[in-house]
Design a protein around this ligand. Sequence first.
Ligand code: KG4
Ligand code: ZN
Length: 361
Amino acid sequence: MSATSGLILAVESSCDETAVAVVRDGRRILANVVASQVALHSATGGIVPEVAARAHLRWMIPVLEQARVESGIADWSELEAIAVTEGPGLAGSLLVGITMAKTLCWLRELPLVPVNHLEGHIYAAWLLDPAEEEKPAPEFPVVALVVSGGHTFLVEMADHMRYRLLGQTVDDAAGEAFDKVGRLFGLPYPGGPSIMRAAAGATRHDRVFPRAWLAQTFDFSFSGLKTAARREVAKELGIDVQGMGSDAQDLPWSAVSELAYGFQDSVIDVLATKTLRAAEETGARTIVVGGGVAANSVLRQRIEDDAAARGIRVVVPRPGLCTDNAAMIGAAGFFRARAGTRAGSDLAAKPSLKLAVPEPA
Ligand code: KG4
Ligand code: ZN
């Protein structure tokens, strides 16, 4: 066992990506292998938990082996620890990664470090690709926006692993809204990237969707956008919204792209405005954005422009590190490991694990 090598092997299987990575010192990626189940789940238009768990079982060992080869590490005994996502996520899926990590720890007598998946999305901002030049890590205080398929929230970080919840969604996550509305528009799963592509082709930008500002708070609400999207689609088809089924609707491409633009513009306007306000009010030096929706190039550009105008640094990982991966778990796992976080062989999956809870009023 190498207690100070800084090398963390990380395992992530919380949702629909089977992923293993090797990361040095919480920053440098040596290997980052992701086996995506997108093709598998596109047939059903969403994730079937049983199907996802079985796919993790099928791919976990080949992905681990590929990560070992890519990392150039001769032997797992060079590792400092093994980090694994303990939650939140699908119970059956989490269990596959946790079992893999426990087995390796037992075989190699390595410490097991449990990581919160949401903390991983934030720590993706610390990562450097294999050939990337050294750049400064995010400086505290940080305001982090996490926007994924299951979560949307803003936290303030005074230091490593210290989180104060500023606001969160009161209903749907931003990614969930992209996925549901994409499905309504008849676009391929997952909705996020499909809507972004459709929106880029819009020639008219006059279909304005509502914004739920939830004034005086840093909370978000996206469920009203689903209703608004249904209303717009019914209007486009000239039918009554009550009589419209829940299936994908067959719309002309020009309408799909205009509606996609209007929807995306609304989500991004609210996310960016609240993030910038949170950063200004808390005096943040760095804004970090993570989670699958942070792969959206329009959102990235908007936050970068708004922050540049206020002299605040923004760190958004490249798109492949915004969506689920194990390198982000390796980054968070390093700081957790050095802070002494450990789990035993009784580590259980925690499907509803939180990162931070609201402070008492
Ligand atoms: O973080 P992630 O990979 O998995 C979860 O932890 O949920 O996020 C997946 C979500 C999906 O809802 C997907 O539609 C969304 O991220 N997403 C995007 C884009 N790429 C992925 N949303 C908007 N624009 C994108 N380019
Ligand atoms: Zn995620």
